[in-house]
Design a protein around this ligand. Sequence first.
Ligand code: MF3
Ligand code: CO
Length: 254
Amino acid sequence: MIEYKTTQQIEAIGIAGALVRRTLDAVRDAAAPGVRLTQLDDLAHQMIRDGGGVSAYIGYHPSWAPSPYPKVLCVSVNDVIVHAIPDASRLKKGDLVSVDLALLVDGWCADAAITFAVGTASAADQRLMDSTRAALAAGIAAAQPGARLGDIAAAVGSVIRAGRFGLLAGHGGHGIGTSMHQEPHVANEGKPRRGLKLKPGLVIAIEPMLQAGGRDDYRHCKDGWGVRTADGSRAAHFEHTVAITESGPLVLTA
Ligand code: MF3
Ligand code: CO
């Protein structure tokens, strides 16, 4: 069932979205060589508490996962694409880091992700990040009332393929609201003018995940949570929570 939100409910998701944004920005600013991934998670956890939020990740246990998720962030480094549990390893200069965060404030959930380099990005990493951001921007621009889910998928996918990048097979965005993952699934590739018609009140997370090597397949990390590229190439992930409104897409995590 799709949960359509009122204007007030969209504003409530925007309050959660502002806390997601502040926290991700602080995590990016704190990331430096020698910093442990668990330190980034501790910082985010404290900011979520101070901001009156509740993690959407801690205790999350989908059927495919071996155990409940134990942290507030996913911190996926280099060839890891998404869903990595932050551990005690330390960041190194040149690492490419994807950080994903979803939380609830007053029962409303927002979800966003960023990728950044520790220090200066290589030209290849910069191009990968730029294309991922561009794919997200294209998806948001396509999220117009009266358009269809396929228009978003086609917009995202065409940017990915134009750059000769791979995506993450079987993964995409999702509806969001009173819980993190809701209908509909928002694919990162597809046919325009197909699928669900976008109506005001629909709130979705759009989240392109790009693989530098151009392949779409993946492997699971040893912990069963992290997802890494099959070819060992690097990956990037950007995500926003977006409401469809009468006047167009409204980004709630900007
Ligand atoms: N934000 C992620 C997504 O939408 C969900 C991560 S679930 C976690 O795909 F439990 F791994 F954190
Ligand atoms: Co998401």
